[in-house]
Design a protein around this ligand. Sequence first.
Ligand code: ZN
Ligand code: ZN
Length: 555
Amino acid sequence: MSGTLRVLALGGLGEIGKNMTVLEYDESIVVVDTGLMFPTMDMLGIDLVLPDFEYLREHADKIEAIVLTHGHEDHIGALPWVLRELGPDIRPPIYGGPLTIAMARSKIEEHHLEDVHLDDVPPGEHVEAGPFDIELVHVSHSIPDACAVAVTCELGTTIITGDYKFDQTPVDGPPTDAARLAELGRDGVLLLCGDSTNADRKGTAPSEAAVGPVLDEVFSRAEGRILITSFASNVHRLQQVIDAAEKLGRRVSVVGRSMRKNLNIARQLGHAQVPEGLTVSPKEVENFPDEKIVILTTGSQGEPLSALRRMAHGEHPQVELHAGDTVIFSATPIPGNERAVNETVDRLYQIGATVITTQDAAVHASGHGWTEELKLMLNLTEPRYVMPIHGDHKRLFLHGKLAEDVGIPPEAIFRGRNGLPLEIDENGARFGEEQESGMVFVDGVEVGDIEDVALRDRRALSADGIFIVVATVSGQDGRALAPPEVISRGVPFLGESDGVVDEIRETIELSLSRAAKDEIREISLLQEHLREDVVAFIYERLRRRPMVLPVVVEV
Ligand SMILES: [Zn+2]
Ligand SMILES: [Zn+2]
């Protein structure tokens, strides 16, 4: 028993989102979660933010399994990119609960990835992965089939809690399996990596079951149309909204591709019940009297491209909000999204809508446990070492304090950061050598639909302007025949950055000669390469994302 267990977070520490933890022992790796983060308002033109998983690429042949705790985007969203980057020869089995696996499968299909082994593992069953034994433990959270993961090697058991709360009256499925957690604790837990999202909220989170009656009451007061926004994957909430609407004889229209998709998957697995004939398509909404309609949609985070935001600004093809509508925010803003949410709320007031947020009524219950629940997790599992995960630095710190409060010695509590591996062997635990970590931005037409792309382009244009780069190349060998031209319009930062246009020209020349060497001759490909290189250069150099339009002329 001379090995060293390394626990390396590639995301989720010091931030909310893109959760990803690597466990490594005896030349073998198990990855827990492959999450993404949604861009904040200042990341214009960015569709998604992924963890930098260079470390996984470098050690791809060691990966024995990928385990997904639950189906939220901040835990499974990066999966297609991870698989694509690892290449078609590296296809570790992917484990998770039934809904998690169904949601992962739908992503894999959208990305046309082949030979992917997805396997739903019932809680309590064990799977082997190299030197590791993996077991899922059921937890309650704001999505069905959520699990904590217990990963055991010779040195002991590491529990990664995923997102959890101790909801005593969940609306679907059993409560968190406290008995199994206690058993694991009694057998000895080496390390606990626990969710820190609500480490700053004192007490116990209200049960999801408490939201239903509040929705009934708020719905019954609304005279006009009701629009309610929540996370697309919060199946329990969608169900409670459907139930409340049905009681009042209102029809429900689910607006938004992701929400409709999740609801369908949940129905197929028996996690959601939608009465026959209750739903109407977004196209039909305007055919019903206002008092007969509930619209369920995304946008609770003020996302610039969300259906809610578009409806509020008259930019949605099917639904426009107007005075007399009641808009309910059945979610709280994720830290960082407050400004965007406030903007949306204010716009709704301007239109004359009635706005109800969690400050006005208890229309939301968090899926993440509060301090008393984090302490309960610590007490049940009695870990030797603790490394809080899933939270900004403040919450990681507070979670560490809670561990101290329940009697874990301060030297056994590790407040980490992304890229810093915790190394545990027979002699103890310490941080090891820093590894590459960070963010990778995704922008491109593969995410979102055409309208999203148009809107994104317009936003990029309005913020950072446009560069048109014109290159003239030889039809024979693809080499540049004249110095490239760079034309710009509405680029606000050009004055401050001397010589940047010359540097762009150099970038173009470099890009063209590289393309010529790689024998890339097709104009559209050439233009795409040029665009990518120039976009990357401008972002590197100026942290800006203007639109770049390449024009290649062949003579
Ligand atoms: Zn999460
Ligand atoms: Zn979650």
